[in-house]
Design a protein around this ligand. Structure first.
Ligand code: ATP
Ligand code: MG
Length: 350
């Protein structure tokens, strides 16, 4: 059985497809420098397959929340839920086969890692009868499976890396197909990258990344020079779900947009330096006198409400942990206090 979806076109305009059925068994690694079009590619893949397979997106930038508007994905703002709530949500997602976006953009990096680890582990631990096939898309995967120790604690790195390794190494039997994207192959843990049998390589400049990309694609280093010349939105694809030989693909258009759209380049304003100086300094002392009060964050649905939304029906009361028992994530207003504390769940200050 096969389930092809068109992701783009070859240089002569012919369709290039990815077989989602095959992808479930063989996983996908996408790499390309910033701006090469990885997130666009993931979006195309998600949009084209939304009607045929459950999708779970681990989204560090909150880029994919717009899938909800057209495709009905449930958005889970990770910063709004406690760790036990996130685990319960993940378990319900498996049970009810809901397509979701886990938006992590409200959290600091270390809390992003812990939340993703917890969420992935709960997906992984679903009982056998709930091992329905699902694509698990992780954008910026080097954040969750870093090749080297960074600024985050060893513990956060360990749990996050373990969850990602489990997803890529042992997810298949549980129906979870890992699709990971990274800016830098050299920054992604080798055992996570190595478990993907399908690759889509976009524009890459650094020699160390190009060498690894060439190795994965089975290319001569000289041949791999073409990876440097790829345009935005162009990728070299290889693997059982794409093609047995490396092929060039231009990724097709998408229906939803990224949440934040980059402003086009505009020339500097015409104002004179004196005018600009005045604009920047006008009434500065008055504004400083006003207490700084950040806007309250938008209210997120309570975990129980979201669970009901995922389930599409009322959830039995005994299944729910009393709210008082669950440690809450700190609200955005108390950011400064939490910055000083050692809580790994502190939200990102933005
Ligand atoms: N195939 C394409 N067709 C049209 N526009 C594209 C295509 N690929 C990328 N773009 C546009 O190029 C810009 C950068 O793409 P994208 O955000 O996907 O890059 P990225 O590789 O994810 O970068 P980063 O690593 O910084 O997140 C976006 O505005 C996107 O809409
Ligand atoms: Mg991106």
């Amino acid at each position: 059985m096969s389930a092809p979806i068109q992701i783009g076109t070859d240089p002569s305009g012919g369709p290039i497809t990815i077989d989602v059925e095959e992808l479930l068994a063989t996983r996908l690694l996408v790499q390309g420098n910033s701006g090469s079009g990885k997130s666009h590619l993931l979006r195309r893949l998600l949009e084209e397959s939304a009607s045929i397979i459950q999708q779970i997106v681990i989204d560090p930038e909150g880029d994919f929340v717009t899938l909800a508007e057209v495709f009905g994905h449930i958005v889970i703002d990770a910063a709004a839920y406690s760790p036990p709530e996130l685990s319960r949500l993940a378990a319900r997602i498996r049970k009810h086969r809901a397509s979701v976006v886990l938006a992590l953009d409200g959290l600091e990096v270390e809390a992003q890692m812990r939340s993703a680890a917890l969420f992935l582990s709960a997906l992984f631990d679903a009982p056998h009868e709930q091992w329905f096939p699902a694509l698990v898309v992780v954008d910026e995967a080097q954040l969750f499976a870093p090749a080297a120790a960074g600024e985050v604690s060893d513990d956060a790195r360990r749990v996050s890396l373990a969850a990602m390794t489990n997803l890529m190494c042992r997810g298949r039997k549980r129906g979870l197909a890992g699709i990971v994207a990274t800016q830098r192959l050299a920054k992604l843990a080798k055992n996570v990258a190595a478990e993907a049998s399908n690759f889509l390589m976009g524009r890459t400049f650094l020699d160390i990344d190009m060498a690894r990309a060439a190795d994965l694609l089975g290319m001569e280093r000289r041949q791999a020079e073409q990876i440097r010349d790829l345009a935005r939105g162009q990728f070299l694809g290889l693997g059982p779900a794409i093609s047995r030989r490396p092929i060039a693909v231009r990724i097709g258009s998408v229906r939803t947009g990224a949440k934040v759209v980059m402003q086009k380049m505009v020339p500097p304003p015409n104002a004179t330096p004196d005018d600009l100086h005045a604009l920047l300094h006008e009434d500065l002392h008055l504004e400083a006198a006003m207490p700084f009060e950040p806007a309250p964050p938008p209210r997120q649905p309570a975990a129980d409400d979201l669970i009901e939304q995922i389930a599409g029906h009322d959830v039995e009361a005994e299944e729910l942990v009393p709210r008082a028992e669950a440690p809450r994530c700190p609200p955005a207003k108390s950011i400064r206090r939490y910055r000083k504390s050692s809580s790994p769940w502190r939200p990102r200050t933005g």
